[in-house]
Design a protein around this ligand. Structure first.
Ligand code: UDX
Length: 463
């Protein structure tokens, strides 16, 4: 029974409050979760930063959007470029939006027109907002937008610092295996080389604290993918754990893309042979320098593999204009396409796509797994190294492109993924995982069952 049915219709007047972190990779899963809850009869109020805001026009009745902190300076809240300080930006967002959020939350609670607000679901990076909710007596649930393995690793971070492994003191430490976190190495735990260590420590501490201080933690992952890691989380956080992913496959809601996707690439894909195309995309924040861009372009062109490459307007460090090598466009005419933003989930689901060169953001990783597409991994920061390691060592559905980006290595790796037996084996395993993902979101599947539990929990909260 839907939540509305099981509670005699009472949920029609219940509201869930939500607060995503204002970045694409965080907005997507939160708005997918909003859709899942909305489809179960709950109303949804989305608090959001005034920058990188979702578009309310795309959402049906039952949604309300409340901008927070209009007018606060935002220039240092968006981490881009070669010195991108993601952890610092997260801490500043907390600092700057906390007081405005308190005012907004109080106002929303006082209105109470659209039904009682029963809880706040917030991004685990928003510990500052959780403190506000606690103060005003609103229970919180936390959405982790990365995998369970990542939370296990973040929980172990302070102990690794105490042991002197983080930050690494010299190069020789980087490949040291971490026995309690197999298959991770020290290098996979280097969250960022551009944020100060203290800032990273505080940021990760706040994430873990937000989970422990919540009434439950929600993951866009699934039991068959991260069984062991989910069990570890379960054993140590002391709150219920809801693994309800892949969220983008459970939700059917509107797209929460901040940039307009170029849909002409789908027509281009229609003309390509099955499983022949490499999709190349590095998410919403990762960037590269001019030389890396050149090597990438030449490696792709020389591989003679058809490719669809997303070159975001801010892919290059700083504000440099993207310049491709002379003769590149002529060389790849017909075999390659460049867009500034793609409808990624549809691209990965297209039969022409046979491989994904990715930075391994969690959304991208999960979207690739959900479509059975093997990966060439080039992680940049945060959880991406952890995800890449799992892709290569645990699920064996891809491999990492290590070291300096160099055209010959790129060409060789791209060909391995798309044309060699090693890539074919990875594709078979990826398809197997796709089948498991498909099963778990069906009625009675592990994720669908946990959505029921989550909705029951929310609807049983006192209003
Ligand atoms: C990353 C990490 O994943 C996240 O954990 C970290 O906290 C911040 O950085 P991001 O770079 O946005 O986030 O990557 P990812 O998690 O893969 O999310 C990107 C999203 O944008 C995906 O849902 C993807 O489908 C979408 N996208 C990307 C498009 O819709 N079109 C594109 O062309 C590229």
């Amino acid at each position: 029974a839907s939540a509305a049915e099981s509670s005699g219709g009472a949920t029609a007047t219940r509201r869930v409050l939500m607060f995503p972190l204002p970045f694409q990779g965080h907005l997507n899963p939160m708005l997918q979760l909003a859709d899942v809850l909305h489809a179960r009869g709950l109303r949804v109020t989305i608090f959001h930063a005034a920058f990188n805001a979702p578009d309310p026009e795309r959402y049906p009745a039952g949604y309300r959007f409340v901008p927070v902190g209009a007018g606060v300076p935002t220039a240092d809240l968006v981490p881009t470029g070669s010195n991108a300080d993601f952890a610092g930006a997260v801490l500043r967002i907390n600092e700057r939006l906390q007081a405005p959020f308190q005012d907004s939350l109080r106002a929303v609670l006082e209105e109470d027109e659209e039904g009682a607000a029963v809880c706040l679901v917030l991004d685990s990076n928003l510990r500052g907002m959780q403190v506000v909710a606690d103060r005003l007596g609103v229970p919180t649930l936390v959405l982790r937008t990365a995998g369970a393995a990542c939370l296990v690793a973040f929980m172990a971070f302070p102990a690794l610092c105490d042991k002197g492994l983080l930050p690494p003191q010299d190069h020789s430490q980087l490949n040291m295996p971490l026995d309690d976190l197999q298959p991770l190495r020290v290098r996979d735990m280097v969250f960022s080389t551009t944020s100060p260590h203290e800032t990273i420590s505080t940021c990760l501490e706040c994430i873990v604290e937000s989970v422990r201080c919540s009434s439950g933690v929600i993951f866009s992952t699934f039991c068959d993918l991260e069984d062991v890691e989910l069990q570890k989380v379960n054993d140590s956080v002391g709150v219920p754990v809801y693994a309800i992913g892949p969220l983008h496959k459970i939700s059917s809601g509107p797209q929460s893309s901040l940039l307009a996707p170029d849909r002409t690439c789908l027509d281009w894909l229609d003309k390509q042979e099955d499983e022949s195309v490499l999709f190349v995309s590095f998410g919403s924040l990762a960037s590269m320098d001019k030389e890396e861009l050149m090597e990438t372009a030449l490696g792709l062109a020389n591989s003679r593999i058809p490719f669809l490459w997303v070159i975001r307007h801010d892919l290059l460090h700083g504000s440099e204009k993207v310049g491709l090598p002379d003769g590149f466009e002529e060389a790849v005419q017909g075999t390659g396409m460049v867009v500034s933003w793609a409808p990624q989930q549809e691209v990965l689901g297209h039969q022409a796509v046979g491989g994904f060169w990715t930075h391994n953001g969690w959304n991208s990783t999960l979207e690739s797994i959900s479509e059975g597409v093997p990966m060439l991994c080039r992680p940049h920061f945060a959880d991406q190294m952890i995800n890449a390691r799992y892709v290569q060592e645990v699920w064996k559905i891809g491999f990492e492109l290590e070291g300096k980006l160099e055209r010959g290595e790129i060409e060789r790796n791209v060909r391995n993924l798309l044309c060699q037996e090693v890539g074919g084996e990875m594709r078979r395993r990826a398809k197997d995982l796709k089948d498991k993902a498909t099963r778990c979101i069906k009625k009675g599947g592990s994720s669908q069952t946990r959505v029921d539990l989550l909705v029951n929990f929310i609807t049983s909260l006192p209003s």
